[in-house]
Design a protein around this ligand. Structure first.
Ligand SMILES: CC(C)(COP(=O)(O)OP(=O)(O)OC[C@H]1O[C@@H](n2cnc3c(N)ncnc32)[C@H](O)[C@@H]1OP(=O)(O)O)[C@@H](O)C(=O)NCCC(=O)NCCS
Length: 176
């Protein structure tokens, strides 16, 4: 298998091995300095607890969860928060786009986002929203894929090792 070979799939009921793999990806991203809700050090126990909560939302139909696997194991993920207020049924938030450092810069982030957009359409969603660290890897990815930049909020969150970072909001209209 070449190093760029991966498979993408949607999980409807993540099992223990999949939750463990997702925890590994999240821990790697936090150790790598990504500002994705957690401070360092992120223990495996806390990461597993986080993904168990996500799995409950998936089982309830509130979230769609996509994962990527390569020869080394689970290497990427992205989520859609489908459950929205009753006046926004056409909208979803894109959350926790994470690619393990071993799998980066091979097009997986772009593939995950395209798959998330396809899944959103299948779920009847026509408007997607996300936020990401200002001027970081994710921001370049989303702009390259045609997401529209709304604006920045300075000092929005901490990097996992400390120090504040801004966030930038983006949206994508799937109708066009
Ligand atoms: C943001 C993130 C998901 C991107 O994942 P990725 O798999 O590396 O994304 P891609 O491979 O599609 O694109 C990344 C870069 O690799 C380049 N690339 C893609 N395929 C390539 C290839 N075959 N050869 C060389 N470069 C390639 C892209 O052009 C892009 O370049 P850029 O950084 O100069 O813009 C990843 O860096 C990550 O998980 N970061 C930590 C978590 C995070 O910050 N997530 C965003 C939260 S909203």
């Amino acid at each position: 298998m070449s190093k760029t070979a991966w498979t993408l799939r949607r999980l409807h009921a993540p099992n223990g091995a999949e939750i463990d793999g997702l925890a590994g990806v999240l821990i790697d991203c936090v150790e790598g300095g990504a500002s994705v809700s957690f401070m360092q050090p992120l223990t495996r126990e806390r990461a597993v607890t986080f993904w168990r909560g996500v799995a409950q939302g998936v089982a309830a139909g509130e979230r769609a969860l996509l994962v990527a696997e390569d020869a080394q194991g689970l290497c990427g993920t992205v989520q859609l928060l489908l459950a929205q207020p009753e006046n926004q049924p056409h909208r979803a938030d894109v959350l926790k786009m994470l690619v393990h450092r071993w799998a980066r810069r091979q097009g997986l982030g772009a593939a995950l986002m395209r798959a998330a957009e396809t899944t959103a359409r299948e779920c009847g969603k026509t408007l997607l929203v996300l936020d990401t660290v200002t001027a970081a890897d994710g921001a370049r990815l989303y702009e390259r894929l045609g997401w529209v930049r709304v604006g920045d909020i300075p000092n929005y969150a901490f990097f996992p090792e400390g120090g504040l970072c801004g966030t930038t909001y983006y949206y994508r209209n799937l109708d066009v």
